[in-house]
Write a protein that binds this ligand. Structure first.
Ligand SMILES: [Zn+2]
Length: 284
């Protein structure tokens, strides 16, 4: 046999003898968080086991009776439900983002300027691409982050050819409002039922029920003031999707159901995108 045929035979025997060797997935590894590995170990994982990574991105912002870290807890919680299904590692989260200026004066809120945030995200993604990640899923917890991130991924895709997806959870799968909570399909508000559910499913104690009841659910929020009415500062840190709709529900079981279904939507969407991206590359 020629040396080339021999090496092919060897590769075949190796795969035949150790099927797990060829099919190893992130779920077979000891960890799924990027920062738990040494750089030498990581180099054996990317891209052989996976070229996919999830970057959870949020912000530090007041959210009524929900914790100030709501927009960080949600993408991290969703990432924990998504990584195995999409065979991805999870990158350290970006916890400081473009908090809304109109509520940035409430205690605890921290606002990064959009132009700074865009550069910061660009640098993080650039090094993930350099490490070998070709398919990057950003699970976004906060609306102010979207536009700067979109600019960053557009630039990086044109420069590197890597594939990116941003999923802003509240703008997707509105049918879950109806399926789980019996509301009409509607986009979630701010610090309201659906946003609280994605925190509650992981941290049942972090929704401040005592304050919610003390202040009164109608004093904590308002509906629709972002549609044609701009205030500086805002008069509340929550927003209901519609007047009288989206008051908090403390049912942890329902919150878990909502989280699992939302995560499934995210996994399915990303998996489909990766297979289509890969198909597009074979056409070239
Ligand atoms: Zn939020």
């Amino acid at each position: 046999m020629k040396p080339k045929s021999l090496s092919l035979l060897f590769a075949f025997l190796l795969v035949a003898a150790f099927p797990a060797f060829s099919q190893k997935k992130v779920k077979d590894l000891p960890y799924h968080q990027l920062q738990q590995y040494s750089w030498m170990r990581l180099a054996t994982i990317v891209p052989e086991v996976t070229d996919r990574i999830i970057l959870p991105v949020g912000t530090v912002e007041s959210h009524g009776a929900c914790p100030i870290g709501t927009d960080n807890y949600i993408p991290e919680n969703l990432a924990e439900h998504v990584w195995a299904d999409v065979n991805a590692l999870v990158a350290p989260a970006v916890n400081h983002g473009v908090t809304g200026a109109s509520i940035s004066q409430f205690p605890g809120s921290i606002m990064i300027r959009p132009e700074i945030f865009q550069e910061y995200i660009y640098d993080i993604l650039k090094d993930l691409v350099r490490t070998g990640f070709k398919n990057i899923l950003i699970i976004n917890g906060h609306g102010g982050n979207t536009e700067p991130m979109q600019k960053a991924i557009t630039k990086l895709h044109l420069e590197t050819g890597a594939h990116f997806m941003i999923i802003s959870w509240w703008e997707t799968a509105w049918n879950l409002s109806e399926e789980v909570y019996g509301l009409k399909p509607i986009q979630s508000g701010h610090g309201d039922l659906e946003e609280a559910a994605l925190v509650l499913s992981k941290y049942p104690d972090l929704i401040d029920r005592e304050m919610y009841e003390k202040l009164g659910k109608d004093n904590l929020g308002h509906a629709g003031t972002d549609k044609g009415v701009i205030m500086m500062p805002a008069w509340a840190t929550t927003r209901l999707p519609e007047s009288g709709v989206g008051y908090l529900d403390f049912d942890v079981k329902k919150a878990k159901e909502y989280t699992v279904k939302k995560a499934k939507f995210i996994s399915d969407t990303f998996n489909e995108a990766v297979s289509r991206w890969e198909m597009m590359e074979t056409w070239k």
